[in-house]
Write a protein that binds this ligand. Structure first.
Ligand code: ATP
Length: 469
């Protein structure tokens, strides 16, 4: 019982988590649509992030900035000049690669951390690949073209007629919406340092090598925090957020054995960064970055001060001085982490080895599960009573209702979509001429398959306790 991407993709498509985009037209490369279960799962992921990072965190507030921004933003952020992927083609098999990735993967294989690829020029990358005869992962030969640059930002036009319209970009990250609103937020909330701003929203990158299902897509969602603090306190806050992010993942059932917190070596750091940790998750296709946590110093606000001509300093009343805050940025992909939760949850459990009985269970944390419970009448005759239970519970939770097939089959269907509780309405619940109704139902637990009998009026509290996060 091995977890493979094929199995997970098939389950996602078959049960309505994720469909290929524009499927009836032959699809659109690497676009995916979240189905009825997927939208619940992903919304729950975003809600769980917002709960811990905004609602329960004393320092942070939220923001929802526009996707289209003044093009000068992307000049200041560096995306116009440096958000370029250096591409090279293998002359032998024609496979296209990102030169920096090719080198990075090779260095990692060699166990080397002494080379800063980010600091290399295009020429240096080509020279390095040739000197070390780095092989093409496709065919093993080492014969590449020169590098061509490609900007990852999607461009579009804003304005009515062609000659009056301006070129604008779809944002490649949500972070800049936070930086440009730094003064607005500080002024209106009257927050003192340290404080943070959280945002969830779509970002767009014309990725050269999208793939691995929803791991790398061109239209994706990010959940980003920019945490502003006093220079000198930044490394402490970096450690605080590094742990906070780690705890968020493990409290939602991500196992430590499937996580790797990779701290960048000094040589590997971006020139403006004092510390960076990549959170990596063990996907079926290998370790992949989930969350980037970086101490970005005062780089971003400084850039915006320079390019906009507006003051980006903070007035520290205690110290009676103006300065540009330092920033810690934990940046997480909503789709990527949703994939991690799908992978982590997937399980094939042998229920009875002799009968070759195996059940597929999505062991989601109950807070993330698309449905919190399913109401199942034991017989169709019990439909009206079961529907009453459904109507009451669905005021508070996403509840499924299923009366088709044997109860055993219905349990298995709920296991496969990760519903933590199944509530069965039976003849005792409603009673008959001889036996009075007991107004109780049987509640089956997804993971243990154990059943308890509970009064209907205790269900809400029972479910609430179960899904608490
Ligand atoms: P990668 O090296 O995988 O391209 P990156 O280092 O460019 O990622 P960042 O710019 O740090 O990524 O973005 C922060 C987070 O946003 C990533 O850790 C990831 O979770 C998510 N993300 C980035 N690009 C994509 C994408 N194309 N599809 C899905 N999620 C993405």
């Amino acid at each position: 019982t091995e977890k493979t991407m094929e199995k997970i993709v098939a389950l996602c498509k078959g049960r309505g988590f994720v469909y290929p985009g524009s499927e009836i037209y032959g699809g659109l490369a690497n676009s995916w649509d979240y189905g009825p279960l997927g939208v619940e799962l992903k919304n729950n992921v975003k809600r769980a992030w917002w709960k811990k990072f905004v609602q329960e965190n004393p320092y942070n507030v939220g923001l929802d900035a526009a996707i289209l921004m003044n093009p000068q933003v992307w000049v200041a952020s560096g995306h116009v000049s440096t958000f370029n992927d250096p591409l090279i083609d293998c002359k032998a098999c024609k496979m296209r690669h990102r030169a920096d990735k090719l080198i990075e993967d090779w260095l990692q294989e060699q166990g080397r951390t002494d080379v800063n690829v980010e600091a290399m020029t295009q020429e240096e990358m080509v020279a390095f690949i040739r000197e070390n005869s780095i092989p093409c992962p496709g065919c093993g030969k080492s014969d590449f073209t020169d590098i061509r640059k490609f900007n990852l930002m999607f461009k579009t036009h804003q304005g009515v007629t062609e000659d009056t319209s301006t070129e604008v970009y779809l944002r490649p990250e949500t972070a800049q919406g936070i930086f440009v609103n730094f003064q607005n937020i500080q002024r209106t909330t009257r927050k003192k340092l340290p404080f943070g701003v959280c945002q969830v929203g779509k970002s767009f990158r014309n990725e050269i090598t999208p793939g691995n299902f929803i791991f790398r897509i061109r239209e994706f969602e990010q959940m980003e925090l920019e945490f502003f603090c006093q220079p000198g306190t930044d490394l402490e806050w970096f450690a605080y957020w590094r742990k906070y992010c780690h705890d968020w993942l493990t409290s939602l059932n991500i196992k430590d054995e499937n996580l790797r917190l990779r701290d960048h070596e000094p040589e590997e750091l971006a020139f403006y960064s004092k510390a960076t940790t990549d959170f990596e998750f063990m996907f079926p296709f290998g370790w992949g970055e989930l969350w980037g946590v970086a101490d970005r110093t005062d780089y971003d606000l400084k850039q915006h001060q320079e390019h906009s001509g507006k003051d980006m300093t903070y007035f520290d009343q205690e110290k009676n001085e103006h300065y540009i805050p330092y920033v810690i940025e934990p940046s997480l992909g909503a789709d990527r982490v949703t994939l991690a939760f799908l992978v982590e949850a997937y399980d094939e459990e042998v229920v009875d080895a002799e009968k070759n009985d195996v059940r597929t269970v999505m062991r989601f944390h109950p807070a993330l599960a698309p449905f919190k419970c399913a109401v199942l009448p034991l017989s169709k005759k019990l439909g009206p009573a079961a529907q009453e239970v459904y109507a009451e519970l669905s005021k508070y939770f996403m509840v499924d209702y299923d009366e088709a097939g044997s109860i055993g089959k219905r349990y298995r269907r709920q296991d496969e979509i990760g519903t933590p509780l199944c509530i069965t309405v039976d003849f005792q619940t409603v009673g008959d001429d001889k036996t009075p109704a007991d107004h109780c139902v049987t509640v089956r637990d997804r993971d243990t398959m154990e059943q308890v009998r509970l009064p209907i009026d205790q269900l809400k509290a029972y479910i609430e306790e179960k899904i608490a996060f």
